[in-house]
Design a protein around this ligand. Structure first.
Ligand code: PMP
Length: 404
């Protein structure tokens, strides 16, 4: 029985490997592969330089500590922050939770109990906001326009002397749309509140300067920038107090205690540095690939509508809908490309619209799927041609069936 199970699982694993090798990956906003250059920097820290970075009485700990501090500086450099303003977390989910819960719980003691955010935020922002509502905070979620961008007038109306924190993402994970964070931060500070931005999708992809844009708190994720999973960071402007939700040995300025995973920190640092070095050339390359993809699709699919603003958007993101298509059927047809249908759909590919797409006001809510294609560092011209061909064939055949 056990033998049969083992041979079945080996066969299945061979099958998965074969599919993996022949598939074109176009889901870089979900996650990215670790860049070989990043992996090489990380490897010695698993075995040779394995010391505890907080035990610096000997060379093992000192070397590990040096590596962590180098990584911290590499991350800070990308956003023009100081090294000591960066703390490591397990990812952007934890960074968002720490920024929002930590800042708001502190500011409540100073009489501020209102928070402003946006309906299209990631669940790791909406989740802590829900928790704070239960703790007595008033949470205002701003709507977005059909572009996916907030109206500045709405923000102005929502701000009050009681506003503790405004948290608005830099780039959306589904539609890639960029919010005007510099303008937002200025208004927030005029009102005496703090500004946090979830930059999980924006960090290393668009230029962000925390000093120039006056950002107080900013969240980062390693696995969106060709670094490892399970590591992220939070930028905390000097002088800002956060109440931690974990207590321990006092590491990371006492805000996020626990022994740091040195190889992951090194990986995040290296990935951040590479992203910074390649940002301009890579964004130009991705923009040209996306334009090519959109042109190919538009030539053959006249009912295609792009979801969200096309200009104020990450260069590697395309999110569109076509008439009379449901996610489950489309997923079955698409065997050679890995794309996604928006986070509200199940991993099997649901047919419901995501809350982000529903929030794009002014758009008729049509019962169709939103297709997210996200391009990245290893996407080639051939991948674009292949993806366009496969999508056009699948969509046309489904639309044809619907009409028949
Ligand atoms: N915010 C945004 C905008 C994201 O896209 C993601 C990842 N999907 C997260 C937060 C959470 O990041 P992590 O996986 O590092 O926890």
């Amino acid at each position: 029985m056990r033998k049969m199970y083992l041979s079945k699982s080996i066969c299945f694993s061979f099958f998965l490997n074969a599919v993996l090798c022949s598939s074109t990956y176009l889901d870089y906003q979900a996650t990215t592969p670790v860049d070989q250059r990043v992996l090489e920097k990380m490897l010695p820290f698993f075995t040779k330089i394995f010391g505890n970075p907080h035990s610096t009485t000997h060379i093992f700990g000192k070397k590990a500590n040096q590596a962590v501090e180098t990584a911290r500086a590499q991350i800070a450099a990308v956003i023009n922050a100081e090294s000591e303003e960066i703390i490591f977390t397990s990812g952007a989910t934890e960074a968002n939770n720490l920024a929002i819960l930590g800042a708001c719980r502190h500011l409540k003691k100073l009489g501020k109990n209102e928070i402003i955010s946006v309906v299209t935020e990631h669940k790791s922002v909406l989740g802590p906001l829900k928790a704070l509502r239960k703790e007595g905070f008033k949470v205002i979620l701003l709507p977005v326009q059909s572009s996916g961008i907030i109206k500045i007038e709405d923000l102005k109306k929502a701000l009050s002397p009681k506003t503790a924190l405004v948290t608005i993402m830099a780039a959306n994970n589904e539609i890639g749309v960029l919010q005007p964070i510099k303008i937002i931060a200025k208004l927030v500070h005029q009102c005496g509140a703090l500004f946090h931005t979830d930059a999980a999708q924006a960090f290393g992809k668009i230029v962000i300067d925390v000093k120039d844009s006056n950002i107080d708190l900013l969240s980062i994720s390693g696995h969106k920038i060709y670094g490892p999973k399970g590591i992220g960071a939070l930028f905390i402007r000097k002088g800002i107090t956060l109440i931690p939700f974990t207590y321990g040995g006092g590491q990371e300025r006492g805000v996020r205690p626990g022994t740091l995973p040195v190889p992951l920190c090194v990986g995040l640092g290296e990935a951040a540095q590479l992203a910074q070095q390649e940002l301009l050339s890579e964004s130009e390359r991705l923009l040209s690939l996306r334009t090519k993809l959109l042109n190919l699709l538009q030539q053959q699919l006249p009912s295609l509508t792009v979801n969200g603003d096309l200009q104020e958007r990450l260069p590697g993101n395309l999110n569109f809908s076509v008439k009379n298509i449901d996610g489950k059927s489309l997923l079955k047809q698409l065997q050679g490309i890995a794309i996604s249908f928006g986070s509200a759909c199940t991993s099997e590919g649901g047919s419901g619209l995501s809350y982000v797409i529903e929030a794009l006001q002014g758009k008729p809510i049509v019962p169709t799927v939103a297709i997210r294609i996200s391009l990245g560092r290893f996407t080639t011209e051939d991948d674009i041609t292949k993806a366009a061909e496969e999508l056009i064939t699948a969509i046309k055949s489904l639309q044809h069936k619907k009409l028949a």
